[in-house]
Write a protein that binds this ligand. Structure first.
Ligand SMILES: Nc1ncnc2c1ncn2[C@@H]1O[C@H](COP(=O)(O)OP(=O)(O)O)[C@@H](O)[C@H]1O
Ligand SMILES: [Mg+2]
Length: 294
């Protein structure tokens, strides 16, 4: 890890240096959930592919540094991964692969312990590298790992919006609550979007969201929750995972696809961030600002 790329990873250069004028603000959305297996990766991947299909220039970052699988669910065969980037073996542009609908994907490497254990400065450094990305983007979706690790918290904190995926399991609600609590109390996150996944009907999705709202209210978590929608339990989605293609592309009229397309339309209607500057570097700036004020 002594290369020039790695130097970039560990060096936080002055914010005004090496900047281009970005085309416009990029929307950064972290998808998280506390618990594993609730559907974070499928929601992230399909949301990104759906947004790309709507003409949004979308980048999907696999930030599950321990159990990366965005490349698997999208059927991609990347030559390089974030691990190579961190090790200085390639550049960010070389890591990016194009997926369905032209979505740009930054794959991670699975099972690399040293990736899962990146130090906080390296998370910032990772984001730093993104500030040099020579592409104009509308949206950046970040698929995070399970758990409440520093990595997950940093990515959520840096993103403008955090989408918490929950499903109808007691552990999912308690883990989502624990995550929201830490995000709110330690990372200054004051707004969270909720997606209820694997719902057996729309009422169940809404009820799950309300359960989470009640828990947050009961324990006085100062955060506003917003219901982004529910994704039904859908065998077409399961099948598409086996076929290594996103369900929105393989079975666009499946119930899960229609639901994710609706969620994509809703997120596309979110107001553009009122950042003084736009671009991916805004993401970096948020991390640095929070570090300074911490
Ligand atoms: N809406 C859904 N309907 C049916 N199965 C689903 C749905 N969402 C997720 N799954 C199943 O759950 C598995 C885990 O989903 P994944 O997105 O990898 O979760 P996470 O990233 O939270 O660990 C998927 O492989 C799929 O089989
Ligand atoms: Mg996952």
């Amino acid at each position: 890890m002594q290369s020039r790329e790695y130097a970039k990873l560990t060096h936080t250069f002055p914010l005004s240096a090496t900047r281009r004028d970005p085309a416009g603000p990029v929307r950064t959305i972290a998808v998280t959930g506390g618990k594993g297996g609730v559907g974070k990766t499928n929601v992230s991947a399909n949301l990104a592919v759906a947004l790309a299909g709507m003409g949004k220039r979308t980048l999907l970052l696999d930030a599950d540094l321990g159990l990366a699988n965005i490349d698997v669910v999208l059927g991609l065969h990347p030559k390089h991964t974030l691990a190579d980037l961190v090790a200085g073996r390639c550049t960010l542009e070389e890591v990016i692969v194009e997926g369905p609908n032209g979505v740009l994907v930054v794959p991670a490497a699975s099972g690399r312990r040293h990736m899962a254990e990146l130090q906080p400065a390296e998370h910032v450094g990772l984001v730093n590298v993104f500030s040099e990305l020579e592409r104009d983007l509308d949206v950046m979706i970040i698929d995070t790992a399970a758990g409440i690790t520093d990595s997950v918290l940093t990515f959520c904190q840096a993103a403008q919006d955090t989408v918490v995926v929950v499903c109808d399991e007691p552990a999912s609600i308690t883990d989502a609550y624990a995550l929201i609590k830490v995000l709110s109390r330690e990372r200054g996150v004051d707004r969270v979007q909720v997606v209820a996944n694997m719902a057996r009907d729309p009422n169940e999705g809404r009820a799950l969201y309300e359960k989470l709202v009640r828990v947050c209210e009961k324990f006085l978590i100062d955060v506003s929750l917003n219901y982004l929608g529910c994704v039904p339990q859908d065998d077409w989605l399961r099948l598409s995972v086996q076929r290594q293609q996103p369900v929105v592309k393989l079975y666009p009229s499946a119930p899960a696809s229609l639901a994710i397309q609706e969620i994509a339309r809703r997120t596309a209607r979110w107001q553009a961030p009122t950042a003084p500057r736009g671009g991916v570097e805004f993401f970096l700036e948020r991390i640095l600002q929070q570090k300074v004020s911490a």
